[in-house]
Design a protein around this ligand. Sequence first.
Ligand SMILES: [Ca+2]
Ligand SMILES: [Ca+2]
Length: 479
Amino acid sequence: MKYIALMLAVIAMPSDLLANKFSEQKPNVLFIAIDDLNDWVGCLAGHPQVKTPHIDRLAKRGVLFSNAHCQAPICQPSRTSLLTGTYPHRNGVYTVEQHWRKAPLIKDAVTLPQYFREQGYYTMGTGKIFHRKDQLEPAWDEWGVRRGWGWMGKRAGPNGISGLPTPSIFDFGPLPARPEEMNDMRVADWAVDQINKNYEEPFFLAVGLITPHLPLFTPTEFYEQYPLETTLLPATLPGDLDDIPAMGRKFTRYFDTTPMSHHNITRHGLWHKAVASYLACATFTDHCVGRLLNALDNSPNANNTIIVLWSDHGFHIGEKMHWEKRSLWEESTRVPLIFSIPGEQNQNKQCSRPVGLIDIYPTLIELCHLQEKKDLQGRSLLPLLKDPNRKWDHPVLTTHHPGNHAVRSEHWRYIRYANGDEELYDHRTDQHEFTNLARNPKYANIIQKLTKSIPQKNAPYGPSESRQKFTQEFDWTKP
Ligand SMILES: [Ca+2]
Ligand SMILES: [Ca+2]
């Protein structure tokens, strides 16, 4: 009860006093993780037709990082990096099939929610936060729900929804299901119940929404918001791969053995349907975000809760003839990242400085006045939250398997693969990364500068569990 009384007192204060009062307290944290959501959200303008009104409204009450990137373009290593505050090339977790608690370099790491728990927070999690085995982590005082997609496969039936032959998880389209049956709605329901409770201690509530991870299923009412005849395909250029070195071209072939490859999708005339399905998924996950925001706004915790929203990596939908993630291009690495801090002056601001998901851990520590944690490899974004236009000369690194790195600065993307192959793109004139400038001697000094951010050493792979069938033969370190 004393917490409610304190909140009411805070609500009644003028805004400058509120800011001071807020800075002395330990605020709550609502930590919203989204799976595989690229820049197709309204506020990032990655697709002109996408409708994400709730994420957009969250951006309006906080700082939107418009140049935020994952540290690995795939679930497990990206989440491991964020939650342990370590880079893939320093923790040895590069693949989906690794269990990070068995990786020798970080097996004893104190994860972000675990650290909040140690520092006196009441920690709750639900949905997909870690890549798997969430409920076994010592991070949580209370764990909610997490469901697989098996029931959706059964509901889709043996032939799937998309029209692809033998689609399995590589499927998309309208699922005959009510919104309230969907996994993310159940996850959001659980989280809403927690938001509405009163707590003695400050809380850390992690909510992991799995849409738009494959299969790209939504209830029909979301799918029907994107009619196929008017759905726009992403920008592509014929011959775009011609100026890409052998390693980059090899990356685009990874999914060739799965149903969701560019040649298979286009051969079956399903590109528009896949785009519409992904757009529908973005809108559905946004709908779930809206439920969380509404619940928080109407709760006693509204004015003392920091919200951070992020996605673990991006997603190609045919750009560079590539699908899904696992590349070092913009569509795989760029992610939504929003911090909303009650009482802060900086609302409805965009920050175009390059930042990484690895920076979330130290940022939240500082925002919540926790004891500094010295072994974190990211940096606090507090200076940018206070002044989004301040100087920030820290390019952000993304890694996919040992020795393949991308460095993103404010204007440039530089990729260097394990065999020395290179790509360079100028985002001031080429946001789609159509023109590889790496071989043009005019840009040697740019490359030389960006090379300073490429790691000299790459940790070896930590132990791996059995690999997915279709990936067993693929070597990511040779063309
Ligand atoms: Ca993911
Ligand atoms: Ca090209």
